[in-house]
Design a protein around this ligand. Structure first.
Ligand code: GDP
Length: 296
């Protein structure tokens, strides 16, 4: 396997948080992701057209945040099952009208099992039937006692539709991240995880990678599962070119020899020859496993 060097404490720098939004169907995950995205300072600066690449980074006056934009716990658990631990914080969306529902509890349990801190976004507060307190009560029974009731869970009332409370939610995320002291070493070869991939007409195989540690640069050779390549181009979710992707950054990468799978680990390697060697070894291992499987 590819050797990853240990980081010395003095090499570690703060990194931005990576957030997944979860919650019951129709409670407003998609709408909230849209509202957050459109609050983005960077988006207004670049004026670019937003594209779905599986994740996006927002710039707020107080710092940046990466959001995975495949909401729901299916993607979250599928990634974790493959060892891809990319999410630092979960935002649990609960409709203040419908209250806690079965998938709210499921999402909550997945986040708890993964030991990822949860911030509750109480959504749809623009509606007259909304009850924030009921959500707080229901989730207190699940162990998420609000700060204002002596617990340590942040509850942020929002309306994804009317764009109320979005800034407060982003601030809560940054506050939570600050407490976690998230760090990584940007000065070494990049390691990350594929969150989405596709075959693109014209650009070939592309994949969105979230950098876990180190940095990914244009021209780097890399290995991902049994695919490899060289970084020919990197783009953000507005289609803007990126020359270096730092820890926690999501980037769409061009230059794969085949389409990798979501959850695959991405490694920058020192040379093309080394990349080829690793892929050959992995394919050989796969072949042996396959033969053993057939024998049984
Ligand atoms: P998801 O299934 O959790 O992704 O939910 P969606 O984001 O698709 O939202 C489900 C429905 O609720 C849509 O019709 C939205 O327009 C609506 N909705 C989402 N957020 C709000 C909100 O803050 N207020 C109101 N009134 N409706 C909302």
């Amino acid at each position: 396997e590819i050797h990853e060097t240990e980081d010395r404490p003095e090499d570690l720098k703060p990194r931005i948080p990576v957030v997944t939004i979860m919650g019951h169907v129709d409670h407003g995950k998609t709408k909230l992701l849209d509202a957050i995205r459109h609050s983005n300072v960077a988006e207004h600066e670049s004026g670019g057209i937003t594209q779905h690449i599986g994740a996006y980074k927002v710039k707020t006056p107080r710092g940046e945040i990466t959001f995975l934009d495949t909401p729901g716990h299916e993607a979250f658990t599928a990634m974790r099952a493959r060892g891809a631990h990319v999410t630092d914080i979960v935002v649990l969306v609960v409709s203040a009208v419908e209250g806690v529902m079965p998938q709210t509890i499921e999402a909550l349990n997945h986040a708890k099992a993964a030991q990822v801190p949860i911030i509750v976004a109480v959504n749809k507060i623009d509606l007259p039937e909304a009850s924030i307190d009921r959500v707080k009560q229901q989730l207190s029974e699940q162990g998420l006692l609000p700060e204002e009731w002596g617990g340590d869970t942040m509850y942020i009332p929002v309306s994804a539709l009317k764009k109320i409370g979005i800034e407060e939610l982003l601030e809560a995320i940054l506050l939570q991240a600050e407490m976690m002291e998230l760090k990584a070493n940007p000065n070494k070869p990049g390691v990350g995880y594929v969150v989405e991939s596709k075959m693109d007409i014209g650009r070939g195989a592309v994949a969105t990678v979230i950098v876990k540690n180190g940095s990914i640069r244009i021209g780097d050779y890399f290995v991902v599962g049994t695919t490899m390549g060289r970084v020919r181009g990197m783009f953000d979710d507005t289609g803007a070119k990126v020359s270096v992707a730092y820890p926690s950054y999501p980037v769409e990468i061009m230059g794969f020899d085949a389409v990798p799978e979501a959850g695959d680990k991405f490694h920058v390697v020192e040379s093309e020859d080394f990349a080829k060697e690793i892929v050959a070894k992995r394919l050989e291992l796969k072949r042996i496993e396959e033969t053993n499987r057939i024998k049984k």
